[in-house]
Design a protein around this ligand. Structure first.
Ligand SMILES: [Zn+2]
Length: 259
């Protein structure tokens, strides 16, 4: 019963946020496989060719791929941010070469207990990604629990612990966090408070909405759109259409600027 209430709250929030002015899209990917048959879970998987096709189509249609550090400055639907959750090995072997070639910034949210497990990034790959100027590393908890179901000690371990661990091997400050599962149910207010306490500057949900003029306190529940093989075409179309609408509107107002 409780879960239904949270699901309704989530749908309502998504509806309201999508009514607000469009400040850009944060895309969330998981697995990027050379062939779909290798996907662990099709709901969170896209083929390499579809991923590349999506990026190229967006590039050809006035999209600006931004680094995650620009999130709070973003005010245009044409601004697109690429993020990967969980830390699959194919981020390194499949997506990274494409993004590197095109000079597109991206963010990887790491679940620290997954590092080095079968199918996930090794410590060496992560260290290499951390050195890549296009890549930002964020935390995604230690063991990927639903944070609402954690007690206070577990919350601290998951949220502070993953930050600390990644910082020790990258020698960089980790200032962004993505909630495991990222839904309204999975993230209690206590877990959101704990991300602030841990020193993160931004935290990302899986609220299915474009970015919008959020009040400052909501920078700890930033929406992201989950992309997979079955929805990538409609999401690409949505971004291109909202960008076109925005450009037309700007032209009517005599200001063709995209910034
Ligand atoms: Zn995850």
């Amino acid at each position: 019963m409780k879960r239904i209430v949270y699901a309704i709250a989530q749908k309502t929030l998504e509806f309201l946020e999508n009514l607000m002015p469009n400040y850009g899209y944060i895309l969330m990917f998981h697995e990027i496989k050379e062939e779909l048959q290798f996907c662990q879970d099709l709901r969170y998987c896209i083929s390499m060719s579809s991923f590349e096709k999506m990026i190229s189509e967006l590039e050809e249609n006035q999209t600006r791929f931004c680094a995650i550090s620009e999130v709070l400055q973003s005010k245009k639907p044409a601004n697109v941010f690429i993020t990967f959750d969980d830390g699959y090995e194919d981020i390194y072997s499949t997506a990274y070469p494409i993004l590197k070639k095109k000079r597109i910034p991206f963010t990887v949210f790491i679940t620290t207990e997954f590092i080095g497990k079968d199918g996930y990034l090794t410590l060496q790959m992560l260290k290499e990604l951390a050195q890549e100027p296009l890549c930002t590393i964020g935390a995604h908890s230690v063991s990927h629990p639903r944070l609402r179901e954690c007690n206070k000690k577990q919350l601290v371990d998951e949220i502070h612990g993953s930050k600390y661990y990644i910082e020790t091997f990258t020698n960089q400050t980790v200032s962004i966090f993505a909630y495991p599962y990222g839904s309204v149910y999975a993230c209690s207010l206590e877990s959101i408070r704990e991300t602030k306490n841990a020193g993160y500057m931004l935290a990302f949900s899986t609220l299915n909405a474009h970015m919008n003029p959020l009040p400052n306190h909501l920078r700890y529940f930033i929406p992201r759109i989950s992309v997979n093989e079955s929805n990538y075409k409609s999401i690409t179309k949505l971004i291109i259409e909202s960008t076109d609408e925005d450009v037309t509107k700007e032209k009517r107002m005599g200001n063709p600027s995209l910034d």
